[in-house]
Design a protein around this ligand. Structure first.
Ligand code: FE
Length: 284
């Protein structure tokens, strides 16, 4: 198989979510702008507390997984399953909403930089109504592969080299890497053939593939198929997220925080939420 190349680009746009948190949304900014099994990618990035202080108060999810990866700042999570977590720099929260969860994600700082990502990863039809699951993964629990040519790769999910990320056992077999390269350095990363993949350059400049096509800053660069991808940093270095996963090839019907396969299932989700039945009853 050939090395993957840049096939198309989903530019990010300014958006606002929660109680008015300013963010950049690439994947998922419009219906159809997804990359199966990935539904959405948001980057929140601000030095101005007015942009983030209102946070994401109590809201529901059903039918997919949310993955939050913090770079800077501090966020507290509380949910209807009784989970509580504090997310700091480098930490990851992997929440499988599945049948339903109601949670809040609130900044725990009054000043300084808040920066991170939220990824929405779809679940197959057979797993959308499973009980919710939740994992907090501290930065120290995420393997980092130091590259010979300089730079590093954090393995949040899937594998790189002989290191495996803390998240596995998913039907979508996600690969989630944070690639940080010094000026001019390259890394060659195996990616399962047939899986959909994209890159998101969040700092500096990165180019993709043997033809070194430049990845626009803060855009999702969707990749062609292949068994690997070569990422090369620009003259000031480059940091990028690499996401890949097994496509589900199932219909996607989304209504806000609910992502199901049919309109009827969405109507049921709304009804369940209104009746207080989104979340499975908790055992005493
Ligand atoms: Fe949420």
């Amino acid at each position: 198989m050939p090395s993957r190349s840049l096939q198309s680009i989903i530019e990010s746009v300014a958006a606002s979510d929660g109680a008015g948190v300013k963010l950049r949304r690439s994947l998922g900014r419009a219906q159809g702008l997804r990359h199966d099994p990935f539904l959405m990618l948001d980057e929140f990035f601000s030095d101005n507390p007015d942009d983030y202080l209102a946070g994401f108060p109590s809201h529901p999810h059903r039918g997919f997984e949310t993955v939050t990866y913090m770079l800077d700042g501090h966020m507290r999570h509380e949910d209807s399953e009784g989970n509580r977590g504090d997310l700091g720099p480098g930490d990851v929260q992997w929440m499988t909403a599945a049948r339903g969860i109601i949670h809040s994600e609130m900044p725990q700082q009054a000043e300084g930089r808040m920066r991170g990502f939220q990824l929405w990863l779809n679940l197959p039809a057979t797993e959308k109504m499973r009980p919710a699951e939740y994992r907090d993964i501290p930065a120290a629990g995420i393997p980092v592969v130091e590259l010979e040519a300089g730079g590093s790769v954090k393995v949040i999910a899937g594998a790189f080299g002989d290191r495996h990320g803390p998240v596995g056992g998913r039907t979508t077999e996600p690969l989630f890497l944070d690639i940080r390269l010094p000026a001019g350095a390259s890394v060659d990363i195996p990616v399962t053939t047939g899986h959909n993949a994209f890159l998101y350059a969040y700092d500096g400049q990165a180019s993709v593939g043997p033809d070194r096509l430049l990845l626009p800053h803060r855009s999702a660069g969707l990749l062609s198929d292949g068994d690997r991808v070569v990422v090369t940093a620009g003259p000031t270095g480059g940091n990028a997220l690499l996401l890949a996963g097994r496509p589900l090839r199932e219909p996607v019907v989304q209504y806000g925080p609910f992502v199901m396969n049919t309109r009827e299932e969405i109507e049921q989700a709304v009804l369940d939420y209104q009746r207080g039945q989104l979340v499975a009853p908790r055992r005493a």
